[in-house]
Design a protein around this ligand. Structure first.
Ligand code: ADP
Ligand code: ZN
Ligand code: ZN
Length: 802
């Protein structure tokens, strides 16, 4: 049995007699683990005699396996390739977490926030209530954490809630469908022949009444509505469900449909691409295609046809997208085309909604699945096609254990299933494009936009020159302002990108030069004006705005470097009549706000959309004729070998949002590095040129795709520990085999993060196998030395090195 703990081993439990013939590989079982109860996944049910007496499993959670052999095998592959404990891999594969962890999260209300600011409450305050407010001002905290830090928090929390300063949210409600709110659940009797029903034993009065009601009123009912007729139905429903006497399922989802539209007739390039994919899908053999199509070339239509072909061959299809909330139109198109057969695993859905969809897929109720990263584990039956849209997107890489890449997992899954993979992008990752050039993938090209629409024309604006001519440090060049003015006059729309959140990106003292840094991380704090706070973008730490320098007490504290919030603000100043919306992580804290902002912009409720890289992703909004990039330089100087690639991708993608309708598009890219090759190639929208140049650099430096790479991070609260441990680890894994280079240990680019010091070893290897063996050595070493589970982080094929 595998348990969700950071230990790379399986555990053995004995089964009570009642369970012995019902437990199979892939089912979940509740077991005792130390003082806790954990949900584990059964890897194997066997009669081998144990070496030591075994603890007994407590309860079977699923009547049928939640993971089939195919997915269990995929989990083993991920665990091996990414050096991640199998239990953690399995946990991240299942959206059905009946985790024992649950509880309340406390946070400040707006009133509480205002009060904490006006009274400038300090964390070191005497009374419990003030200390609580100060702590919550920094970030929302769980009940457990609060109790640990302030033992007598309960009473103070109660009075703060009565005062309306603190609110509480029950996070457990989202985790398990059985815990969802009654209004979101449907209830029905389980059929009597069902062999799941456990002997019912004693039932409470409410339970008996609920059963009686359900047998008198057959069919499914909304649980909240039954409450009117059967008192306490809600409380009674859950124990009955656990005894398998009733079934609780999430209410079906309501998805906004796109206008129904007949499929387009494919143009020649689309047809060409589809013919090859369709033939491969029909042949039922594993193959990977790279669909490289410029922005607006109609890749979606090719995907839809390929999915049709898979369905026609009697198989199912899985499509991965970076962020469904960002592409509501895609979900709509899928519904319009495939109707009831579509299931959407949407990251904005609650746990119970996801679990409901997940069950529907497993039970064969959906043959087309659209999902984000973790959807690569959707229990789709008989999968014949996996599409990975925007395959270059970094959201496919999970940045916590298991650190898998959804695109690469998709390929491995397809290989085992004899399915085809289509990777689509206007800016394919270096790795994928390289694989296409070596013949590992088949390259398919859509070189032109639909209906011969021109690519947008791009002008690079040298902001150094702009300064020389105007002697003003403005955010916008005169040319960009003029261009926006024109769009407003013509009732066309514009998008303005600045890939940095907040109002000012750092706060510095003019007298002593100090910059205000996070107390937990070695990064500067960002000023957020709407929240009236300085915020750390890495750990969420917040503090109030300083009136004087914390180092030298000078009053000359300056706010420097603009972020997206400031861009919005200045645009309001320049164009008071314009309707402006902003899309970044600060404006879309809530669940479905992405969709709301985007669809209002699409409906022309706004003239200008300001935002971070979120606005660069796949949107197809025909009335956008202008894209302004406030600073193309953001990210270029990052200490990361992918900095140029990422810059090229985001600039090309955002430029591609312009001119997708009947009117041509125009792009202004402001920069102080006008000669940088990433900016130059993006301005010419010359992917091939960029690919050649970048590939040379990678070959010369032996970076991926010319080497397999891993980032090994050592973390500790004390700097000397982190340094010592990483040095010891370095000795333990060197000398490495000849074809492996170990660089470091050295301080990570962000040396301190979330109160931990970080040292890293970068490993480049000519052989995957040797790399894997070396990483195993590192793991074993940490294990022997009894390092804490979080001290060693292994990131295979890292996307960022920060
Ligand atoms: P991409 O993803 O390649 O940037 P999309 O798939 O969003 O491009 O397609 C761009 C636009 O072209 C969409 O509005 C789509 O409906 C339209 N389109 C796609 N294929 C055709 C076609 N064969 N004929 C006409 N319009 C098409
Ligand atoms: Zn100072
Ligand atoms: Zn921080």
């Amino acid at each position: 049995m595998s348990l969700p703990v950071p230990l790379d081993q399986a555990f053995t439990y004995s089964l009570p007699l009642t369970l012995q013939h019902r437990v199979q590989a892939g089912t979940r079982v509740l077991v005792p683990f130390g003082t806790r109860k954990l949900t584990g996944v059964v890897l194997r049910a066997h009669d081998d005699s144990p070496e030591t007496p075994l603890k007994e499993a407590l309860r079977l959670i699923d009547a049928e396996p939640v993971l089939d052999e195919e997915l269990l095998a995929l989990a083993r592959w991920i665990s091996g390739y990414y050096c991640a404990p199998l239990g953690e891999v399995l946990r991240s594969m299942l959206p059905l977490a009946t985790e024992t962890r649950s509880g309340k999260i406390y946070s400040l209300t707006d009133a509480g926030r205002d009060a904490s600011r006006q009274l400038s409450i300090q964390p070191e305050a005497e009374d419990t209530a003030s200390r609580l407010v100060a702590m919550l001002a920094a970030r929302p905290l769980s009940a457990a954490t609060l109790k640990r830090k302030i033992p007598l928090a309960d009473r103070a929390l109660k009075s703060l809630r009565q005062r309306g300063w603190v609110e509480v949210e029950d996070v457990s409600s989202d985790r398990d469908p059985l815990r969802a709110h009654a209004s979101k659940l449907r209830i029905e009797l389980t059929p009597p022949e069902s062999d799941n029903a456990e002997p019912s034993g004693k039932l409470t009065k409410a339970e008996r009444e609920l059963l009686a009601y359900l047998s008198l009123h057959p069919g499914t009912h909304n649980l909240a509505e039954i409450e009117a007729s059967v008192p306490h139905a809600n409380q009674a429903a859950r124990p009955l469900a656990r005894k398998h006497l009733v079934a609780l399922t999430p209410e079906p989802l309501v998805i906004r449909d796109a206008p129904i539209r007949a499929p387009h007739d494919l143009n020649a390039a689309q047809r060409n691409a589809f013919d090859l994919i369709g033939a491969a899908v029909g042949a039922r053999k594993f193959a990977t295609f790279l669909l490289y199509g410029v922005t607006g070339s109609g890749k979606t239509e090719v995907y839809l046809n390929a999915i049709d072909a898979a369905l026609g061959a009697g198989r199912s299809a899985l499509m991965l997208v970076p962020e469904i909330a960002l592409t509501p139109a895609v979900a709509g198109q899928f519904h319009a085309r495939f109707g009831e057969r579509v299931a959407i695993l949407h990251s904005a859905f609650s746990g119970s909604e996801r679990a409901g969809q997940w069950r529907r897929i497993r039970d064969g109720g959906a043959s087309v699945v659209v999902a984000t990263r973790s959807g690569v584990f959707a229990p789709v039956r008989n999968v014949g096609l996996i599409v990975v849209d925007e395959e270059h997107d970094s959201s496919y890489k999970q940045e916590e254990t298991p650190r898998y890449h959804g695109r690469d997992v998709a390929i491995v899954r397809a290989q085992a299933a004899g399915a085809c993979v289509v990777l689509g992008s206007a800016t394919p990752s270096l790795e994928s494009r390289y694989n296409a050039s070596t013949g590992k993938y088949t390259l398919l090209e859509l070189p032109d936009r639909i209906a011969d629409r021109p690519m947008p024309s791009v002008r690079v604006v040298d902001m150094r020159q702009e300064f020389l001519e105007t002697r003003k440090h403005s955010i916008f060049s005169r040319a960009l302002i003029e261009a926006i003015r024109e769009r407003l006059a013509n009732n066309e729309q514009a998008m303005v990108l600045l890939n940095r959140r907040g109002f000012s990106t750092f706060v510095a003292c003019r007298s002593c030069g100090a910059r205000i840094e996070c107390v937990n991380c070695s990064v500067t704090l960002t000023y957020h004006r709407r929240d009236r706070r300085l915020l750390c973008h890495y750990c969420g730490y917040a503090e109030k705005i300083p009136s004087e320098c914390p180092k030298c007490q000078s009053e000359h504290v300056h706010f420097l470097g603009a972020g997206s919030e400031r861009v919005e603000d200045e645009l309001h100043g320049e164009f008071p009549e314009a309707r402006i919306a902003r899309l970044d992580r600060d404006t879309v804290a809530g669940k479905r706000q992405f969709e709301n902002i985007l669809s209002s912009f699409r409906e022309r409720d706004f003239d200008i959309l300001v935002g971070t890289q979120m606005i660069a992703k796949g949107h197809d909004i025909p009335n956008v004729t202008l894209v302004g990039v406030v600073s193309a330089d953001v990210g270029i100087g990052m200490p990361d070998f992918r900095a140029a690639e990422r810059t090229f991708q985001i600039l090309t993608q955002v430029a591609g949002r312009a001119g997708r309708g009947d009117l041509p598009g125009m792009v202004y890219m402001q920069t102080i590095n006008p000669d940088h090759y990433a900016i130059q190639f993006a301005a010419r929208q010359d992917y091939a040129g960029f690919f050649e140049k970048e590939l040379q650099f990678r070959r010369f430096m032996k970076y991926p795709p010319f080497a397999a790479m891993a980032n090994v991070l050592v973390r500790a609260e004390k700097q000397e520990d982190a340094l010592r441990m990483s040095t010891e680890l370095g000795h333990a894994i060197t000398p490495a085999p000849e074809n492996i280079r170990v660089m470091g240990p050295a301080e990570a680019p962000v040396p301190r993060l979330k109160s931990e010091f970080r040292y890293q070893l970068l490993i480049k290897s000519g052989s995957r196998k040797d790399l894997n063996a070396l990483l195993r050595r590192a793991q074993d070493f940490a294990h022997e030395r009894k390092w804490s589970a979080t001290a060693l982080v292994i990131d295979v094929d890292p996307l960022t090195l920060l």
